[in-house]
Design a protein around this ligand. Sequence first.
Ligand code: TYD
Length: 335
Amino acid sequence: MRLLVTGGAGFIGSEFVRMTLREHPDDSVTVLDRFTYAGNRRNLESVQDDPRFMLVEGTITSAETVTPLAEAADVIVNFAAESHVDRSLEAPGEFIQTDVYGTYVLLEAARQAGHERFVQVSTDEVYGDVSSGRSSESDRLLPRSPYSASKAGGEMLVFAYRASYGLNATITRGCNTFGHHQYPEKIIPLFITNAMDDRPLPLYGDGTAVRDYMHVDDHSRGIDVALRRGDGISEYNIGTGGEVSGVTVADTVLRLLDKPGSLKQFVQDRLGHDRRYALDSSNLAALGWAPRFDFETGMAETVRWYAENEDWWRPLKSGAFWEFYSRNYRPLIAR
Ligand code: TYD
């Protein structure tokens, strides 16, 4: 199979690329990545000399860029997205452009190229706040942030391309993901790298909102299973079933790094903060997928990775990072 992996220089996409080249020797991978702040050439260092790998810099919103790449591929796996809720609250436009319009450009290129498969990497956040029970794939999508609305918008286009043009397209809805190579803005890498520098860990509200945190290797394998064993026309939830609060994330990081609890800092809550996501992943489990990491093991591995790879993340926590950080947190911390 010849895969076009969009957003393949990002956190989850680059793990999917490494895994595909390692585990599927007959496959080739072309990555299309725009190298926004979250994309990083270093994430692909380990595969750059593989003759089955090619890297193209460009945006999924350009049909001119995407069309020839789609023609030279058998399947598109779309990881390319703006993904940080706090950034979407500040500036939604870029999210609509990339996550909705970009998905349209890819679907259209896949249709014109006559692809038999398309994979849209989506998120559990499209279900919105889940106060009780677990979301099933057939549940209504009730997104509540500009980020989750833009991902749901991308999904709507996938539904339309299935129904209107008969495009076989799989959607995966993964839960919160963590592990090696994650840009240090999401809670886990932010808290690890802040704690390493004795900086405060900012907890939104009372820190009791819960998420299901899944290791990136498990997420990547889940997408692989959905691609290769799925029916090609369904949505698949990918989650571990765990429920971990922000306070527990902070306490775990501080314990693993042997730092004091006084680093925890409660700040004003995020706008429209979803209190809970929870997934029923039995459809993917029925295809043979199960997570290999539990939260504790994944966290220990991740803390070790950030401790051993300061040269990877330190350059990312500079200029533009702190500009966003001070806009996002300063008025809150000063409360
Ligand atoms: P995040 O990592 O931004 O992922 P998402 O909002 O997409 O689920 O946030 C995970 C949880 O952690 C969420 O409940 C918000 C909370 N959080 C904090 O308390 N402080 C922070 O600095 C960040 C980034 C998140």
